[in-house]
Design a binder for this molecule. Structure first.
Ligand code: GLN
Length: 312
């Protein structure tokens, strides 16, 4: 909604990064060595528009692992492969108010509450098809790469660490299997879920992925249709209600944008039809969301008037 020249926007983002250095608190995730040993100091921010413009400041080119931000995109692939009805049978779309790794399966159906917490995300990964055009893992990586507009890669060290420390997720996988949400042995789906969490990218990539969603599924740079408008609208709706875990309600009030966070410290937020914001800063709050990332999105939403419910 705001019309500003490019250098004005870049200077503004640089100022935001400087101000974020004063924001303290939070702790890096200690679930795997790669995250526990991460430098807590980098702060990156990028804004990508549906016109293909990109604005960035701070450590916007520093790579980190996508972690749970992947859940939104894999859900998009599951919807593409199975249709909403096919996916809805296995995964509900209700905000759970639970932590991201909660053992939350609905008592009657065994369905996970939504695809943005681990239980639902592992189920979503299992619904992506192995086809003649590629294995499930290859197709997931290809989707992320087409959304970003460059070839992304899985970090093998992080993948191995996720695998080694993944007992709780494995337990979720077997629970899902016991209720036929995942058919048969969940081991392959879990392996692919750990792999998708280990995809490396930077804020620019993430902002471009978000801009592709903002543009209804067409990558603004390549012009390629990557997802259907229906799938994008379904994914953004679920991101809005469930993307920030048990902070989703407060986030909706304060920021007012569909979003998704990951435990490496990344956050993506999307203003449909306009732009996407990506932020990276490793220290997390008690919900598993980046402390500075949340602060940055609150600030941008206010300053640039991004909240969907604001009427003036
Ligand atoms: N790999 C992490 C897990 O499955 C991802 C969690 C997250 O980013 N919130 O536990």
């Amino acid at each position: 909604k705001t019309k500003l020249g490019p250098s004005v926007i870049t200077e503004y983002l640089q100022r935001v990064v400087e101000d974020l250095r004063e924001v303290e608190g939070g702790a890096v995730k200690d679930s795997i060595p790669a995250l526990a040993n991460a430098d807590p100091n980098p702060i990156g921010i990028a804004v990508a528009t549906v016109d293909g413009a990109i604005y960035q400041a701070g450590d916007s080119k520093q790579e980190f692992c996508i972690q749970s931000i992947s859940k939104a995109f894999t859900y998009a692939q599951a919807l593409t492969d199975r249709g909403m009805d096919g996916v809805f049978e296995k995964i509900d779309v209700e905000p759970s108010g639970d932590a991201f790794n909660e053992i939350s399966l609905q008592p009657e159906t065994g369905r996970p509450a939504n695809p943005m917490i681990n239980a639902g995300a592992i189920a979503a990964t299992s619904l992506v098809k192995n086809t003649a055009h590629g294995t499930r893992r290859e197709r997931i990586l290809r989707l992320y790469s087409r959304l970003a507009g460059r070839q992304l890669r899985i970090n093998k060290t992080i993948h191995a660490q996720e695998n080694r420390s993944g007992d709780r997720n494995r337990a979720l996988g077997w629970l899902l299997s016991s209720r036929d949400i995942i058919e048969g042995d969940p081991t392959n789906a879990l392996e692919d879920y750990f792999a998708q969490c280990s995809v490396m990218l930077n804020c620019v990539d993430l902002a471009r992925m978000g801009a592709t969603l903002a543009a209804g599924g067409v990558n603004p740079l390549s012009g390629e249709r990557v997802l259907s408008t229906q799938v994008v609208s379904d994914v953004l709706s679920v991101m809005y209600t469930c993307g920030m875990y048990d902070d989703a309600g407060r986030w909706a009030l304060k920021v007012g944008l569909p979003a998704k966070s990951g435990v490496a410290g990344g956050i993506i937020a999307v203003l449909p039809g306009q732009l996407a914001v990506a932020v990276f800063s490793p220290p997390l709050d008690q919900h598993g969301n980046s402390v500075r990332g949340v602060a940055a999105c609150e600030r941008l939403s206010q300053d640039l008037d991004l909240h969907f419910a604001r009427t003036e």
